[in-house]
Design a binder for this molecule. Structure first.
Ligand code: ATP
Length: 273
């Protein structure tokens, strides 16, 4: 079975340093996920169970995908990014085959990380499940996950969702997505970090006071901050075209952009309450 079309082309390898903030989460992932993944025999000797999947949840745009990619990067693992809606859109019977092929590909390319984004589209509680999501596909997915203990050595399974409350509890049983990690919106220090990363290597980027902007962007996700910087960059480019010479980025452009870009995490946090 040809699986490559479902899997995004191998993306650039990144490490934790490219993920702004989330220091505690990185520490937890390093200790509880990466180390057991790299030293399975030590854990076996202590009869400590390893394996199972990890569910990342939180508002959109706060780095779940980025963190999954970076986790693969930190383990030197193949990263397989699966878009569940692509599988669901296939003919009945085909989707089960694809899903199996994805797990097989991961097993053959260890160490590997399979990342299932928007896992709720597969794992929604029965009443929310799309007509098209066959019960067969769901049980296939669960048995591939359960296969973890036997033949998923070297395969790390990460899932992400913005709507954890919509998940079928069957997905949260031991050995499945039994560990859950909250990916919070960036706090002021994390926003400073993220902004610095977004501003570096841009003309005039160093003249922008990242800390000051971070204080003005409470509730912004990493993706919102990226939007903000891109909007400011557009301004600088427009000015450059108009004046015929390079007009570098500056604080004013970013402040102007602030009038256009709004935070998106607050709504999610209200919903999650
Ligand atoms: P979704 O729930 O919508 O899938 P997500 O939580 O997976 O969102 P990402 O796709 O990881 O979010 O983030 C979108 C983009 O926002 C990233 O590619 C990155 O440019 C930026 N970004 C988000 N969070 C961070 C972060 N913590 N550090 C640096 N950049 C970030």
């Amino acid at each position: 079975v040809e699986v490559t079309r479902l899997i995004k082309p191998r993306e650039e390898v990144i490490s934790f340093s490219e993920v702004g903030g989330l220091a505690d989460v990185k520490k937890q992932i390093r200790k509880k996920i990466i180390t057991p993944f790299q030293k399975p025999s030590l854990f076996q000797r202590f009869k400590k169970k390893v394996g199972g999947g990890i569910l990342l949840f939180g508002p959109p745009g706060c780095g779940k995908t980025l963190l999954a990619r970076a986790t693969a990067g930190e383990c030197n693992a193949t990263f397989i990014n699966v878009v569940i809606s692509d599988i669901l859109d296939m003919y009945i019977g085909e989707s089960e085959k694809k899903l199996h092929a994805i797990f097989e590909q991961a097993r053959q390319n260890t160490p590997s990380v399979i990342f299932f984004d928007e896992i709720e589209s597969l794992a929604a509680k029965r009443q929310h499940t799309r007509e098209a999501t066959s019960a067969k596909l769901v049980s296939q997915f669960l048995s591939e996950l359960d296969g973890f203990a036997q033949n998923n050595h070297g395969v790390l399974i990460l899932g992400a969702t913005n709507v954890p409350w919509a998940l079928d509890p069957a997905f949260r049983r031991p050995g499945r997505f039994d560990r859950v990690v909250f990916i919070a919106p960036p706090d002021v220090d994390a926003r400073t970090d993220i902004l610095k990363g977004l501003l570096k290597d841009r003309p005039g980027g160093e003249s922008v006071d990242a800390q000051k902007i971070a204080r003005l962007t409470s509730g912004f996700s990493g993706a919102d901050l990226m939007n903000l910087v891109e909007t400011a960059v557009d301004e600088a480019i427009d000015h450059s075209i108009e004046s015929g010479e390079e007009v570098p980025l500056n604080q004013t452009f970013v402040k102007e952009a602030l009038k256009e870009v709004n935070p998106t995490t607050l709504e999610w946090l209200t919903m999650a309450r």
